[in-house]
Structure formats: C-alpha cells, structure tokens
Ligand binder design. Structure first.
Ligand code: PLP
Length: 348
C-alpha cells in the first residue's frame, strides 16, 4: 500500500489541553477547534476534549459550529468568532451556537432575529482584524449589557512575542473597554496564556498548543505522519533528482522515493530543505516536492528504509514549518484527506 499514515494521538491532545488549563490558573481553558480542528477533525477532537473536561469550544464559522455541535451533543457552549453573518440565524438557533458579535450591524441582526438567544461580544483591542472599535462599543454597550452577554473577548496580535509592547497595550485597551462590564472575559489564545495571570481573565482560548504547536513549547506531539517508501535507487556522481533537476550529487548517492507530496499538504516550499526520519536518522529531501512524491537522500543509511517519519517524536510541526519558511499552523491545517487516518487514545 502506498498510502501514507497520519496517526492522531488524542491522549496527547487531551494532555496538552490539561496542561494549558493548568497554565490558565484560575481561568478555565476552552478549546479552539476551527479549521476542522486545525486539520485533525473537529468532531473527533472536540469529543475527546469534552471528555477530558473542556467546557467551551470556539470555531470560526457557524457551519463549523454545527459540525462540532453534532459531534458533542447539547450543553457545552460553542462560540463563533465570525459572529452573526447574514443567513446564519437558522444555523445559530438550530445548533445552539453563540455568535461573538463583531459590529453594531451584527448586534442588530442578532437582536432582531434571535432576541432571546445567547451571544457574546468581540472587541478590537489593537489587532484591527475582528471586533468592535471602542467607539462602536460605547454606542451599543448599554443595550448589549442589558441583554446579558455570555462573554466579552478580544484577541492579541503578538502574544507569541512576550516582550512585544503590543501585549501590554492591548491588555490596557481591553480592560479600559470592559473593566466595569460585569461580564466574563477572554483575551488569550495559546500565546497569551503563557504571558501570565493578567492576561487570563475568566476563560482562555488555546488552539495550536493543543495540537502540539509553538509557542507552547511543552506540547506533546499529536500528529504523527509516516510515509511509505516506493523504491530506492543508486545515482552516479553527476546525476540529478526530480523536476527541474534542482538537486545534484558529485559522488555516488542513493535516493528513496516516498509516497506523499504537495497534494497531501507537504508544501512545495519544503523542497531541498525539510528532513524525514528513518528510525531516528535524519535524511534530507533531495529535489523538489512533487504532487504525490518526495525524494530523499539516504546515501548515509546502512539499509533502505520502508517508512519515513515526517511528523512525530523526531520532528514537530514547527521544525517542518521552519524548514519550509512558514509556521506550524500552516503545516497542520494543510494535511489533506489522502492519508489513512488513525485515531488513538482513551477517547478515540
Ligand atoms: C485562532 C484563534 C485562537 C486560537 O489561537 P492559537 O494561537 O491557535 O492558540 C483564539 N482566538 C481567536 C480569536 C482565534 O482566531
């Protein structure tokens, strides 16, 4: 079989959630399962995390929220970062989703369509991406607070850089807008949790750290990706490998051809830069990533491997991301459907 195998360790996922919940101190850790659970299946991820104790989920879109609600059943809040978009009312109502309202228009839409339904508010504290500006908030705040929102949240732009001046600036702006609101608050994702108690409020929103990514450096690896070898061949000095013959050897070499490529989310920017592991020995990619294939320099190995590990105990999503000039989030959310997916752990 030439299908690569993606094993998702739900025990490691739950351990990462428990660790981030502890790091959240007096705040409760929720869990962000947007983008299909960072590519690992939002339904399965949410079910496991709910069993481990997570009591608040976050998604980007109402459609994602519906899927999570179907997986976890009633009772646990599922909040939607994009808020209440035109056409969302039925989904929000039928799947008991909590929109994080981002503008006075969204506030009006919510109060017109679902006057008695739960909602939250998203404020902009300086990132200028989602949420109400201070002036918008001042204009609607009286009406909004009279209707008892479940949560007021904002998001940090630079939480993965603890010394960045934006962190304290955004904290101040968020507090100025909310200190006397009397509503539970949430400011921090994975990076913000690690900035300390001032940033935690009542609820935190870890995402990437749950799935084994930076800036949560103690994260256990969750995604384990193994790629089968299709064939191995000897090259003579002067030969080259792959599209565009971008890798050359000036001495005899041996190359393994492996069954996965950019159609599986192993992005082309990894070409000639990322490494795979045969047992625990690093082997560099030789040549460009193709759609379905990788070529790997195994000249230094004693035996031809039958499998390589790309993600797992030898190498994190961030190691691969560094080699490809991107971030762990993009490596994770790029993993595609062609893999055989195996879920392991107590709640699998
Ligand atoms: C994606 C996201 C999170 C989770 O962020 P991580 O860095 O993955 O922990 C939290 N809050 C908001 C608003 C987000 O968009």
């Amino acid at each position: 079989m030439a299908r690569a195998k993606l094993t998702i360790d739900l025990d490691a996922l739950c351990d990462n959630w428990r660790a981030l919940d502890r790091h959240s101190g007096n705040a409760m850790a929720g869990a962000v399962v947007k983008a299909d659970g960072y590519g690992l299946d939002s339904g399965r991820v949410a079910v496991a995390l709910a069993q481990a104790g997570a009591r608040h989920f976050f998604v980007a879109l109402a459609e994602e929220g519906a899927r999570v609600r179907q997986a976890i059943g009633e009772g646990i809040p599922v909040s939607v970062f994009s808020g209440h978009m035109a056409g969302d009312a039925a989904l929000l109502r039928d799947f008991e989703l909590t929109p994080m309202l981002n503008s006075p228009e969204q506030v009006k839409r919510q109060f017109d369509a679902l006057p008695a339904a739960p909602f939250g508010i998203q404020l902009d504290s300086g990132m200028n991406r989602l949420g109400m500006e201070a002036a918008d908030w001042a204009a609607v705040r009286g009406d909004v607070l009279a209707r008892d929102p479940d949560l007021i949240m904002s998001h940090l732009a630079c939480a993965d850089e603890p010394d960045h001046e934006m962190n304290a600036k955004q904290l101040r702006a968020f507090r100025d807008m909310t200190d006397d609101a009397g509503v539970p608050r949430s400011l921090s994702a994975t990076g913000g949790i690690l900035l300390g108690p001032d940033y935690r409020f009542e609820l935190t929103r870890p995402g990437v750290g749950l799935y084994g990514g930076a800036p949560f450096m103690d994260a256990k690896p969750v995604a384990h990706l193994k790629l089968p070898v299709i064939q191995c061949r000897d090259l003579e000095a002067g030969e080259a490998v792959g599209y565009g013959v971008t890798w050359h050897t000036d001495k005899p070499a041996r190359i393994a051809t492996v069954a996965a490529g950019y159609a599986d989310g192993l992005i082309r920017a990894m070409s000639n830069r990322a490494r795979l592991f045969a047992d625990d020995v690093a082997c560099p990619l030789a040549g460009r990533v193709s759609m379905d294939l990788l070529t790997v320099d195994i000249t230094h190995l004693d035996n031809d491997p039958t499998w390589f590990e790309l993600l797992g105990h030898n190498q994190t999503v961030d190691d691969v991301a560094d080699a490809a000039g991107t971030i762990g989030y993009e490596i994770l959310t790029s993993l595609r459907s062609r893999y055989e997916r195996v879920y392991t752990g107590e709640y699998a």
